[in-house]
Design a protein around this ligand. Structure first.
Ligand code: VGL
Ligand code: ZN
Length: 212
C-alpha cells in the first residue's frame, strides 16, 4: 500500500494498552511508555473513529509467573496453545495499574475493548486470544462499522501492537503502525525480528508526521 496520506472517513485509530502498569512506575513498565500519550492524543484529533484497548486480567491469570509455583517473571512455559512468556502480575481488573494513563485524553473514543479476561489463555492481540482462533469480536465491530484501514499505536510494540496489526492484516484490513506512537519493551534482536515480520505481512510502518 502507498503512504496513507490524510486520514479518511472510514479509517480507525486503535490505541493499544495505554495503561499505568505499562508505564514507568507500573508493574510491567515499558521504558518511556508514557511517551506514547501525547502523540496518541494528537493523532486522535485527526480521526473521527478511535478505539482503545485495555489489557484486563483476572487475579491469578495464567500469564502471571505468580500463578506457576517455582516460575519467575520472563521465563517461558509451553501451554496447549504454544509458548507463553510469564509476566509479573499486571493490569489486574479494577486496579489502578489497569487504568488508562490519566493523561490519555480521547473523549470521542467509541469503544474500549478489554482483552485477556479468560483465566487460562493470554491475549496479546485485540482480535484473538493467543490461540489465534478465539475472537474478541473486534473484527465484527470494524466490519459492521465499515472501517477499511486500521492505524495502530500504543504499548507494547512487540506484543499487543504487533499481534493486533498482524491479525488486522490477516482479516483483510489495510494496516499501518505509527511507530513513533509506540514503545517496545526492549530494543534489539526481538524488535528487529518483529519488524521483519511486519514486512512479511505487508504492514506499513509510518510516523506521526504522516498524519499530523
Ligand atoms: C502486553 C505483555 C503482557 C502488551 C500485555 O500490552 O503488550 N504485554 N500483557
Ligand atoms: Zn497482559
Amino acid at each position: 500500500m502507498a503512504q496513507p496520506g490524510l486520514v479518511r472517513a472510514n479509517d480507525v485509530l486503535l490505541a493499544v494498552d495505554v495503561q499505568n502498569d505499562f508505564c514507568p512506575g507500573g508493574r510491567l513498565p515499558v521504558p518511556h511508555g508514557d511517551e506514547v500519550v501525547a502523540p496518541l492524543n494528537r493523532l486522535a484529533g485527526r480521526f473521527e473513529h478511535v478505539i482503545l484497548t485495555q489489557d484486563w486480567h483476572p487475579p491469578r491469570h495464567s500469564s502471571f509467573a505468580s500463578s506457576h509455583p517455582g516460575r519467575r517473571p520472563f521465563e517461558t512455559i509451553v501451554t496447549s496453545h504454544g509458548s507463553q512468556t510469564l509476566w509479573p502480575d499486571h493490569c489486574v481488573q479494577g486496579t489502578q495499574g489497569a487504568r488508562l494513563h490519566p493523561d490519555l485524553d480521547i473523549p470521542h473514543a467509541a469503544l474500549i475493548l478489554r482483552k485477556g479476561l479468560r483465566p487460562h489463555i493470554d491475549s496479546y492481540s485485540a482480535f484473538f486470544e493467543n490461540d489465534r482462533e478465539t475472537p474478541t469480536g473486534l473484527a465484527g465491530y470494524l466490519r459492521e462499522r465499515g472501517f477499511g484501514r486500521v492505524f495502530l499505536g500504543g504499548l507494547t510494540f512487540e506484543y499487543c501492537v504487533l499481534y493486533s496489526a498482524q491479525d488486522a492484516k490477516r482479516l483483510g484490513f489495510a494496516v499501518s503502525i505509527i511507530e513513533d506512537a509506540c514503545r517496545p519493551f526492549a530494543a534489539g534482536n526481538a524488535l528487529r525480528a518483529a519488524c521483519r515480520s511486519l514486512a512479511e505481512h505487508e504492514i506499513n510502518i509510518i510516523q506521526c508526521a504522516a498524519i499530523l
